[in-house]
Design a protein around this ligand. Structure first.
Ligand code: NAD
Ligand code: TYD
Length: 354
């Protein structure tokens, strides 16, 4: 038995692979193009581990995907590979359409051909697990109930539109061709190996460097934060027991305004790595808002709890403390991901936003 993971060198994918191999000996074939967001260093602890096969390649490369499926005969594909940063989707949507839409289409077609040629138990047991986001549901008003699986899709950014498109493709490959799919729509993740272009790691690394902490608009936008390994356990639960063709929302029951998140990070750092220059909150800087900025996301995670018994193991208090500690313990990782390409993005994004 083997699983094929796509995007397993990124933030969530690498946490998933590491977690998977901590809990099981089932091998993982990891297909990742190593874009700016992919980092083989996340998987360094698996060097020499025969259970992990890393393949540098593109999910849009049909011949490569076909060859991997034939060679490794996976019982499941867990599809993380994507362009994932909303701000980048605003300044350059093309890559999002290519990877998130065309890439998912390519994988679905390859999976359909492979699965179609299986028989017996292998055919019945095969799964295509599509990893998606709560952002496909659009933006909630302050008093709206959280997103349920039945909410209509109302994506507002090129990123969420591309993910919504991919969700629709996955759904239709099930309804039309019978491909055995499951989809998970998760809220904002945080934790180790999170690329420091996203809110929480950016605030940690900027604070430690004495740089401004850029808060978009009024900072009152709300996200529902989930520790990354809880997302991984949710995916495992759905892969193992989710109903075919269905979607499961995964969330942390943890809605927080951005400004409050930034203040929590500052307070933790004040305790864990005090700055002689004064409290880190002095670095908070309000900058121009993101165009089309979604105001509030929140997940109703009752279906996955009811059907599969999943609940997050971490509270925000435990998860954010572990996360800050991880960044304090791994300055070399941070320094290495802050490559030339990273510096170009930060200077382009935050000069424009100032
Ligand atoms: P990430 O940007 O950190 O990682 C994406 C990975 O995909 C990288 O390793 C990258 O090299 C790889 N990749 C990109 N294009 C590729 C291509 N064409 N072929 C092969 N590999 C390619 O993203 P993440 O935050 O780990 O998100 C993973 C998945 O989870 C995405 O599908 C995202 O939409 C979804 N998701 C993310 C969050 C979140 O908070 N980060 C929340 C819910 C859902
Ligand atoms: P982000 O981590 O980019 O995730 P997403 O946009 O997918 O939710 O951003 C989380 C929230 O933080 C979002 O409301 C935008 C905001 N934000 C800032 O205020 N400043 C920043 O520098 C970044 C990167 C995000």
């Amino acid at each position: 038995m083997t699983i094929l993971v796509t995007g397993g060198a990124g933030f969530i994918g690498s946490n998933f692979v590491l977690d998977w191999l901590r809990q099981s000996d089932e091998p993982v074939v990891n297909l990742d193009a190593l874009t700016y967001a992919g980092n083989p260093e996340n998987l360094a602890s698996l060097d020499g581990d025969a259970r992990h096969t890393f393949v540098k390649g593109d999910i849009c490369d049909r011949a490569l995907v076909d060859q991997l499926l034939i060679t490794h005969q996976p019982r499941a594909i867990v599809h993380f590979a994507a362009e994932s940063h909303v701000d980048r989707s605003i300044s350059g949507p093309g890559a999002f359409m290519r990877t998130n839409v065309d890439g998912t289409f390519t994988l679905l077609e390859a999976a359909r051909a492979y699965w179609g040629a299986l028989d017996g138990e292998a055919k019945a047991g095969f799964r295509f697990h599509h990893v998606s986001t709560d952002e496909v549901y659009g933006s909630l008003k302050p008093t709206d109930p959280p997103f349920a699986e039945t909410n209509p899709y109302e994506p507002n950014s090129p990123y969420s539109a591309s993910k919504a498109a991919s969700d629709h493709l996955v759904r239709s490959w099930h309804h039309t061709y019978g491909l055995p799919v499951v989809t998970t729509n998760c809220s904002n993740n945080y934790g180790p190996y999170h690329f420091p272009e996203k809110l929480i790691p950016l605030m940690i690394v900027n604070a430690l460097a004495g740089k401004p902490l850029p808060v978009y608009g009024d900072g009152q936008q709300i996200r529902d934060w989930l520790y990354v390994t809880d997302h991984c356990s949710g995916i495992r639960a759905v892969l193992a027991g989710g109903k075919l063709g269905e979607t499961y929302n995964i969330g942390g029951w943890n809605e927080q305004a951005n400004i409050d998140i930034v203040k929590i990070v500052c307070k933790l750092l004040d305790g864990m790595r005090p700055d002689p220059a004064g409290p880190y909150e002095r670095l908070i800087t309000y900058v121009k808002d993101r165009p089309g900025h979604d105001r509030r996301y929140a997940i109703d995670a009752r279906k996955i709890e009811r059907e599969l018994g999943w609940r997050p193991a971490e509270t925000f208090e435990t998860g954010i403390r572990k996360t800050v500690q991880w960044y304090l313990d791994n300055p070399e990782w941070v320094a290495r991901v802050q490559s030339g390409a990273y510096r170009d993005w930060i200077s382009q994004q935050y000069t424009a936003a100032a």
